[in-house]
Design a binder for this molecule. Structure first.
Ligand code: BEZ
Ligand code: FE
Length: 315
């Protein structure tokens, strides 16, 4: 039957098939979808031909994807973990958040953000635990000219001292190591927490199997997550990393940027710690966030927060 296309001889060489598939998608009405589909097919077919994929390998790939799908729930997103550990999330992040020179760089959102973190006063302690070493994290929220931004929202979350996020632990319904802080009139913020620890990403599924089979480890260097937002500025989703961490050069999800590494300095105690309820030694880190002006006018901060949270599939 004629469909207006050339009636070339059918199913022939592998290159004929690629040509025919590309032709079949070439009338996709939406130009962006057409661009994406044609490029995807071109790369996918080229990959299969380049590695001379066998039927057994193709079937294995289908099994892996099926297993990944079965693992996904509101508490686990195996496909995002694949994207993270293949470096795709960081490439998309870089393409999507090209920042002006002095703005704080972004990094992966990760799957462990939760809505509903409590509002906390300056110096509030996000760690409901006796484990771990106390830490004070402080700094300022500034614009690109170095002017303080008052009333910026800092949504903070962190793995517990045992290396698990609250949602992975025995009582996943309890919130721990999470809080929302605001910068003061001079742009200052201050929070109490524990020194972050390195921890392995979930590796009991197909992503873990891939890491093992390829000789990679699942560890993420110690970090604290932040989403910093303020009216009229681009929000930034980022982490701060502890400079002493042994995994800075081999983060399982490729999320470390030099500008996000900071020093956690030991203090033997003293008045500053005591003011925030710390009796003994503690560590202090300072980090300033610099926000770029919103590209298209004022940002709806609440909406940005909701969309970011929805990506993490946490309620
Ligand atoms: C995280 O830092 O919470 C994270 C990021 C990507 C994958 C897994 C965990
Ligand atoms: Fe994390």
């Amino acid at each position: 039957m004629s469909n207006g296309r050339s009636e070339a001889p059918r199913n022939k060489t592998e290159d004929d098939i690629t040509t025919e598939v590309l032709e079949r998608f070439s009338d996709t009405p939406d130009p962006r979808l057409r661009q994406i589909m044609l490029s995807l097919i071109g790369h996918l077919h080229a990959f299969v031909k380049e590695v001379q994929l066998t039927e057994a390998e193709w079937f294995k790939a289908i099994e892996i994807l099926t297993e990944a799908g079965k693992m996904c729930s509101d508490r686990r997103q195996e496909f995002i973990l694949f994207s993270d550990t293949l470096g795709v999330s960081m490439v998309v992040d870089l393409l999507s958040h090209r920042k002006p020179e002095r703005a704080t760089e972004s990094t992966v959102f990760g799957p462990f953000h939760r809505l509903g973190a409590p509002d906390m006063p300056a110096g509030g302690n996000i760690a409901h635990t006796d484990e771990g070493t106390p830490a004070l994290v402080s700094g300022r929220v500034l614009d690109l000219a170095g002017k303080p931004i008052a009333g910026a929202l800092l949504d903070v979350w962190q793995a517990q001292p045992n290396g698990l996020y609250d949602s992975q632990d025995q009582h996943p319904e309890d919130l721990n190591m999470r809080g929302k802080f605001h910068s003061d009139r001079d742009g200052h913020y201050l929070l109490r927490t524990t020194v972050p620890v390195h921890y392995p990403i979930p590796s009991d599924g197909p992503v873990g199997a891939m890491l093992k089979a390829t000789g990679r480890h699942p560890w993420r260097p110690a970090h604290i997550h932040f989403v910093v937002s303020a009216e009229g500025y681009e929000p930034v989703t980022t982490h701060i990393f502890d400079r002493r961490d042994p995994y800075l050069n081999s983060d399982a999800v490729f999320a470390v940027k030099d500008s996000l590494i900071c020093d956690f300095t030991r203090h033997d105690g003293g008045a500053e710690g005591q003011r925030y309820g710390i009796g003994g030694p503690y560590f202090a880190a300072e980090f300033d966030f610099r926000l770029a002006p919103a590209a298209g006018g004022a940002v709806d901060v609440e909406d940005a927060q909701r969309r970011l949270a929805a990506l993490g599939a946490r309620a």
